[in-house]
Ligand binder design. Structure first.
Ligand code: ADE
Length: 227
């Protein structure tokens, strides 16, 4: 998979790219690149944003700046780009990110993430350049970069080779294997600490009973979104 992040803060992603599972995914041939909006702006002084028409606080990322950056990088009209790849605008008003969407994105060969800043994007960016608008939660961040990292993190850990153990992805919170529910609790050594004992069944070696206990605990922990 190739993940491109369009941002005003490309160096934030240096740290992100060094995280173990991301580094593993990159070593396995997946790519994470950044595209600096300021490098491509046609405006003087590195300007990328402007005051909102109609008044109001804050600044809005300009559509001509996003157009120039995408055009320079991909060599196509950005209106066409979303026919070739998922182009995701990160915005609090978008589709809420969940495991289903993460699974869907993990199947894509190419994704571009657009990070807004300040008051966000000129709406024409979302309308004409993006294939999707995605939110990581109903709260407002100062920009889309952390949201882009959340999306990249959740997607990249699903890629083959990112985690040491492929079962960790198959049977985890919200996965189909757990009927979309939160994961069961985990325990490790010591088996007893300050009188707090690990449930006997987990020490029993009865795999079928352990499986049934885990499924039951997962069911107790949460309802799925469909209930
Ligand atoms: N940009 C600002 N807030 C955001 C959010 N909650 N999700 C995605 N992008 C954002």
């Amino acid at each position: 998979m190739r993940l491109d992040v369009v941002t005003l803060f490309p160096d934030w992603f240096d740290w992100f790219g060094s995280q173990r599972h991301v580094a593993n995914a990159l070593a396995a041939g997946h790519e994470l690149r950044t595209l600096d909006l300021r490098e491509h702006t046609p405006l003087s002084g590195g300007q990328v944003d402007d005051t909102p028409f109609g008044g109001g606080a804050g600044m809005v990322l300009r559509v001509d700046v996003m157009d120039a950056a995408l055009r320079a990088h991909y060599g196509v009209d950005p209106v066409e780009l979303r026919r070739e790849r998922r182009v995701i605008a990160l915005t609090p008003g978008g589709r809420l990110l969940d495991d289903r969407l993460v699974d869907e994105l993990a199947q894509e060969p190419d994704i571009t993430l657009l990070c807004g800043r300040y008051e966000g994007f000129d709406e024409r960016i979302v309308e004409h350049f993006a294939s999707d608008a995605v939110s990581i939660g109903e709260y407002v961040l100062a920009g889309g970069e952390l949201a882009a990292m959340v999306v990249c993190d959740a997607v990249m850990r699903k890629l083959p080779g990112a985690l040491g153990h492929s079962d960790s992805v198959r049977e985890e919170s919200f996965s189909a294997a757990l009927e979309g529910r939160p994961e069961y609790p985990h325990y490790t050594r010591p088996a007893e600490f300050r009188g707090w004992r690990v449930p006997d069944v987990l020490l029993s070696g009865h795999h079928e009973q352990i499986r049934a206990w885990r499924l039951q605990r997962s069911r107790e922990r949460g309802a799925t979104g469909d209930e």
